[in-house]
Design a protein around this ligand. Structure first.
Ligand code: FES
Length: 81
């Protein structure tokens, strides 16, 4: 079995309303297009009390802050492929 990845995306109200609402859609679409659905465990997280750094996402324990739809594909290419 190949490598698997854990992605946690903050869906707390601050991160969600400031961009993660769109990021989660782009993320799902990216995983589907690249046939990564079964290699990635995607979890929505509650507010982690780090709203001022958000919106953020954690990929295999590595945190990416202030992300937006414009950043997500680049991050996924680097971290997953
Ligand atoms: S809403 Fe994401 S850290 Fe608070």
């Amino acid at each position: 079995m190949g490598q698997s990845y854990n992605i946690e995306i903050c869906l707390g109200s601050s991160c969600f309303s400031r961009g993660n609402r769109e990021v989660v859609q782009v993320l799902r679409e990216y995983l589907r297009k690249n046939h990564l659905d079964d290699k990635v465990v995607l979890r929505g997280a509650r507010c982690m009390d780090r709203c001022s750094e958000g919106p953020f996402i954690i990929i295999n324990g590595k945190t990416f802050t202030s992300i937006g739809v414009q950043d997500i594909e680049k991050i996924l290419e680097k971290e997953l492929l």
